[in-house]
Design a protein around this ligand. Structure first.
Ligand code: ARG
Length: 585
């Protein structure tokens, strides 16, 4: 999008240096803080190729382009800083944006490629906790961004629905003589299962016979015993319904729900193949793959000594299945960084097996979430209230409640269903954006008051900017009922150019998200856009001539077109990150 503005100056520089324009485009960046200019061209590489010094080349190029094509340029050391004429920027960008502001974000870099995004993947029979927000919403944002960048996406929820926990749960269920009716009666089915798990685990520690029962039920699950599988199914159905409630609230959907259980028997062929290729070794009764040839000290466990399947093997089997069904050219695993070794190991096994997809696997890790506890004034890894753990649903509900109070206070005109809808959008937006705004590998701190602020780097701040633009659009119809068509040339203010350039930068941000799997790049670009919008709109506070709804109808009309473009681009950016964009707040 930005190339619509830079094309003439890029062409001039490229012709002068005898290099392809793409080389110049790839080098563009933002000028250093406090330096005037819309974009900067660092001259290091280009100077090297011409055996000159970067500052000398920057000056040479400044002389070349300054004053031409509505451009002002100056050298600052090794950088060439370029400033574009505001009306020129508007003429280049506004027509496309006015037609459809989403074009600012659409890209085709991924066309004809498929990406599988494995995300959320909670272990069932437990409540989703605050930390599940990370994989769920980073994964969701990545899937959206890849789609906007032209990729075909497959959203996969690899449910943790298999493993020894189920043997334990079933042993407890049988011991206590529970029935489906008992589960149905429970006010919260997942809590019911959780408590059962806690009781049986406690008993297991005291009584070896219970431990044995749990192991036997695990084995019965592995061998497909009908009673065991029947009970497992009951547990799974209840847990999936609880997860679905959260996904519905968050607006997250999946294309593929094949969980670990789906691959419980699929390891046979993989093990046979590993054996045939001489990759399998016995180690204390278990089967392992030696990874020393790829520089890893520890071998990868493939088959337990009791013959049971393992997380690693199930991941391998699932990946084979996905490759066969989707033919992906990239597969992302949005899973916390604590599982890095797991992914390193099975990615290495896939490589040793010669899988064609082995180099397209990416573990997209993230750090932990810490939640502020008012009662103890500490950051907690497991959120609690009065000593009781707070689950993800509790946190979402509290955020919605708090948002409802803020909205009632700020805009008492919004009532009833509409207030409810907006409270949901804002409460959830606060939780979600807090998770996405900083680099995913870092740890995230969550504090209700901070996340819900309408000023500062929050979801509600972006949503508020969007609602403010919507409100200007509504008023425009009253104040300027018969305005002329928008003429881009009338957008002459530096603040207007700032908004246009911030919109144009979104596509570049989006493309970088799909390269680096880092949604915070888009989150930060949206914050920059919102701040450009705020500077523009506040300029009108003291001077009616600077307002969007200014007395001059032609200027007002051009400004309204920019309002629409900014609102559309901001709304689309929020959607990609998994936030709603209410029209009033
Ligand atoms: N269920 C796992 C857990 O909660 C996460 C699964 C992630 N995805 C995967 N393909 N391994 O720890």
């Amino acid at each position: 999008m930005l190339d619509l503005v830079t094309a003439p100056v890029t062409a001039r520089i490229a012709a002068h240096l005898g290099v392809p324009p793409e080389r110049i485009v790839a080098l563009y960046g933002s000028p250093a803080k406090g330096v005037a200019g819309d974009i900067a061209l660092p001259c290091f590489q280009l100077a090297k190729a011409r055996s000159t010094s970067p500052p000398a080349l920057a000056s040479e190029l400044a002389t070349l382009v300054n004053g031409a094509d509505g451009v002002q340029a100056s050298a600052a050391g090794p950088f060439l800083n370029i400033t574009f004429d505001a009306a020129l920027v508007a003429a280049a960008l506004l027509p496309a944006l006015a037609a459809d502001p989403r074009v600012a974000l659409r890209s085709a870099v991924g066309v004809q490629r498929t990406v599988c995004v494995d995300f959320s993947a909670p272990n069932i029979a437990k409540h989703m906790a605050l930390h599940h927000i990370r994989s769920t919403m980073i994964g969701n944002a990545l899937a959206h961004c890849y789609a906007a960048a032209g990729w075909t996406t497959v959203r996969i929820n690899f449910l943790g629905d298999w493993g020894t926990a189920f043997g334990r749960l079933i042993a407890g269920w049988k011991r206590e003589g529970l029935t489906l009716a008992d589960l149905e009666r429970a006010p919260n089915k997942v809590t019911f299962l959780n408590q059962l798990y806690v009781r049986i685990s406690r008993l297991e520690k005291e009584d070896p016979a219970v431990e044995d029962e749990a192991r036997q039920w695990s084995r019965k699950c592995e061998t497909g015993d009908p009673e065991a599988i029947g009970l497992w199914e009951i547990i799974r159905t209840a847990s999936v319904a609880a997860c679905q409630e959260i996904y519905d609230l968050l607006g997250v959907a999946f294309d593929d729900w094949r969980g670990e259980a789906h691959y419980r028997d699929a390891m046979g062929p993989i093990i046979a193949e590993l054996r045939a290729k001489g990759l399998l070794k016995e180690d204390q009764g278990a089967q392992v793959v030696d990874l020393s040839s790829v520089g890893m000290k520890k071998p990868c466990l493939i088959l337990r000594s009791d013959g049971g399947s393992l997380y690693t093997t199930r991941d391998l089997a699932a990946c084979d299945d996905r490759f066969a069904r989707y033919g992906f050219s990239r597969a992302l695993y949005e899973v916390d960084l604590g599982q890095s070794l797991h992914f390193k190991e099975w990615f290495a096994v896939a490589k040793l097996l010669g899988r064609p997809y082995a180099d397209s696997l990416r573990h997209v890790g993230h750090g932990v979430v810490l939640m502020w506890n008012d009662e103890t004034s500490t950051w907690e890894k497991t959120a609690t209230r009065k000593g009781v753990p707070m689950m993800l649903m509790d946190i979402i509900q509290e955020a919605i409640e708090r948002a409802r109070a803020v909205i009632a206070d700020k805009n008492p005109e919004i009532v009833g269903d509409e207030r409810e809808r907006i409270a949901k959008a804002v409460g959830i937006g606060a939780v979600v954006f807090n998770d996405l705004k900083n680099g995913r590998t870092g740890d995230v701190k969550f504090k209700f008051e901070e996340a819900l602020r309408f000023d500062g780097e929050t979801g509600p701040y972006l949503q508020f900017a969007h609602a403010r633009l919507c409100s200007i659009e509504r008023k425009f119809a009253e104040t300027h009922p018969s305005a002329p068509p928008a003429d881009p040339k009338l957008l002459r203010l530096a603040a207007e150019k700032g908004v246009l350039l911030a919109i144009a930068r979104l596509r570049h941000a989006l493309e970088r998200v799909a390269e680096s799997d880092e949604p915070s790049i888009l989150a930060q670009a949206l914050l920059a856009l919102a701040s450009a919008i705020a500077s523009w709109l506040t300029a009108g506070n003291h001077d009616p001539a600077l307002r969007v709804l200014c007395p001059d109808a032609a200027t007002a009309s051009a400004r309204l077109a920019l309002v629409r473009a900014a609102r559309g681009a901001l709304g689309e950016g929020l959607r990609l990150l998994g936030l709603q964009a209410p029209e009033r707040m």
